[in-house]
Design a protein around this ligand. Structure first.
Ligand code: GRF
Length: 205
């Protein structure tokens, strides 16, 4: 049985591509039921189309409120039979409409070692500016507290002496492309058990 994914992506979509590549390599027992973007014409939509996945553009400007837009996104996810929502570079905080419909069925990839550098859109530059020696990325369940949901997986990378925000972000991104498909695989295999703040990874069946 393939897990039905709904992917929300706002931009270049390299994390979406990592999911697509894992599905096409048959290392991820999932299928993309829909890719939804809140911006038209972004590369993520092209990546979805090349994979043959259905796409939808649900823009803020086409709805009277943030809430109405997020209700429309929820309706589309439900209509497509989505079982797990993946935020893969979605540039907005998901509203309560989506959270209520998919409790502990929404995951996000964030480019820092949470809880450090959560909440912002420039986590890699913030990490570099702070002077940390190790940076990384986190996959977590999405709850109403932004970037604070239970952590599923993390990966770390060194910060090098000559790093810029761009070189550090590129090193982190490589790890994002590993831990996001890996986390979806664990979810698909029913191996993630949330116990309060902790997510226990159960052994393979
Ligand atoms: C990634 O760095 C991800 O961690 C953050 O947004 C970026 C999206 O990149 N949430 P891409 O669109 O997947 O290439």
């Amino acid at each position: 049985m393939l897990l039905k994914l709904g992917v929300l992506a706002s931009g270049r979509g390299t994390n979406l591509q990592a999911i697509i590549d894992a599905i096409e390599a048959e290392t991820l027992p999932a299928a993309i039921a829909v890719v939804i973007s809140n911006h038209p014409g972004v590369p993520a939509l092209g990546r979805a189309a090349r994979h043959g996945a259905p796409t939808a553009i649900i823009e803020r400007s086409a709805h009277p409120s943030h809430s109405a837009q997020h209700q429309a996104i929820t309706d589309e996810l439900v209509r497509c039979g989505v079982e797990l929502v993946v935020l893969a570079g979605f540039d907005r905080v998901v509203g309560p409409e989506i959270l209520r419909a998919f409790p502990y069925r929404i995951i996000n990839i964030h480019p820092s070692l949470l809880p450090a550098f959560g909440g912002g859109l420039h986590a890699q530059a913030d990490a570099l500016g702070y002077g940390v020696k190790v940076a990384g990325c986190t996959v977590h369940f999405v709850t109403e507290d932004v970037d604070c949901g239970p952590i599923i997986a993390q990966a770390c990378v060194p910060v090098l002496e000559d790093d810029t925000a761009d070189t550090l972000a590129a090193r982190i991104l490589e790890q994002e492309h590993h831990i996001l498909p890996m986390s979806i695989r664990l979810f698909a295999q029913g191996r993630l058990k949330v116990e309060g703040r902790r997510v226990r990874v159960l052994p393979p069946p």
